[in-house]
Design a protein around this ligand. Sequence first.
Ligand SMILES: O=P(O)(O)OP(=O)(O)OP(=O)(O)OC[C@H]1O[C@@H](n2cnc3c(O)ncnc32)[C@H](O)[C@@H]1O
Ligand SMILES: [Ca+2]
Length: 528
Amino acid sequence: MHNKGLGITVLQEFKWTKKMPLDTSLGKGSKQKISWSKKVLIILGFLFVLGAVALITVAVVQNKPLPKNMKYGIVLDAGSSHTSVYVYNWPAEKENDTGVVQQVEVCKVDGPGISSYSKDVEKAGLSLQDCMNTAKQVIPKKEHRDTPVYLGATAGMRLLSLDNNKIADKVLLSVEKSLRLYPFDFQGCRIITGQEEGAYGWISINYMLGNFKQSSSWMPFQQTSTETSGALDLGGASTQITFEPTDSINESPENFMLFRLYGKTYNVYTHSFLCYGKDQALRLRLANDVKNAGSTNLQNPCFNPGYVKNMSAVDLYGSPCTAKYKLFSSSFILITGTGDYHQCQQNLQDMFNKTECPYSRCSFNRIFQPELSGNFGAFSAFYFVMNFLNLTSEKDLSKVKETLKEFCSESWQQVKEKFPDIKEKYLSEYCFSGTYILTLLEMGYGFTSENWGNINFLRKIKGSDAAWTLGYMLNLTNMIPAELPSSPPLSHASYVGLMVLFSFLLASVVFIGWLYFWKPRCLQKGII
Ligand SMILES: O=P(O)(O)OP(=O)(O)OP(=O)(O)OC[C@H]1O[C@@H](n2cnc3c(O)ncnc32)[C@H](O)[C@@H]1O
Ligand SMILES: [Ca+2]
């Protein structure tokens, strides 16, 4: 009896296979079908296990505990012209990463730098109180006890200690007494060396720029590192140049510092010129002019025409930079501006002795300097002055000189009318300061029209002020590891991508398995 309906044929086949033992009774086609099913099952099972293992591995390797709380640190930059209080913070669990420390507050202390309180040392400490109270408000109360406070004094205090070491100590004691009144973890007040000032400035800017980041990949030997940027800092009493030279000539060991940061060694050149900050450089120039002219009545090309100033002799000769030039008993020096850029530059060139050099190469004043290399970040007064003159992004040195020439020749009356809101002390000195910056960079350090464009005049990097303070704190809190800390092997994007891919793979395996073994009736061959 033959049933012709297709559905019945299938049912009969089904009945038959169920009754017969598989190994002996199956036909050739059915045997092949079952061994094929086994293979598919094994492949699907293998893919499923692979997907599951991959998913778990990626999740375990990538997911580290999330940062829970923030840590804080305070650094006081006690400069020659003023003190600034910097408050930094960073996620507690990430303190060894690069670029995680951020500036959350900067408070400019009212009044002059702490070295100016030599006649009334108690006031040095008192002057810091307003800014320390601001820091107290910015930092959450529960973090106060764990927040380290460091004070680093620079060239103003270096000069004071050269002049009178005991008074310098008294000033430091006064600021220490004041800082200990706060609920923070006081870590010390000290005068930092010019070498430290340069090196910490270099560390700060390269940390903020992310230059210490080694781009780690899947293979540890494939790490590549970025070039570092040099640092140029112009303060009121000293100036620093710091960079990583390309050649390894190391004729003057005192100008080199060796750092091991994030698994890489850096041999960094640095020099600090005491008395070459912009305030002391002006005094140095004027004291020399008085000596050369044999008169206290000076015609000066570095001030705008029509500018007249009576400068007290105490102010002019009251620092170790100029004390030796004091010849006259007169109590005032009269300065009259003539506003001539070229004469000003010629006059300033005398400050840079290029004739004697005990090394294969020098910057000036017998100081070794390797060949300039790479980019430079120029901050502090380099930025303030170039920013006022609108020259921070001018890459053509001849245009810089033209602008300066024009500015110097403007009458003092005109300048005052044009910029009524700018402090008269700053405004009157921009012609001198601009010309001094150019002379220092060109004649002193050897920048030319070819590499002028490598200098970036900057104030902040990613929200933090360019200053030595960050590098100082990073070093004292051991936040820069010598070796590269282990980090997640994947970027967040790769992590998410892989998770999606593996999830898709798993879902596909399950779906194909379901289709194959538990075919829905409508898809079963032969039913329709
Ligand atoms: O590093 P040291 O030498 O100790 O000095 P400092 O730390 O006090 O020096 P700053 O970088 O704060 O300032 C450098 C100089 O720039 C001056 N200055 C600050 N703001 C300025 C502005 O807006 N325009 C012009 N000059 C400015 C300031 O008076 C100093 O003479
Ligand atoms: Ca400074």
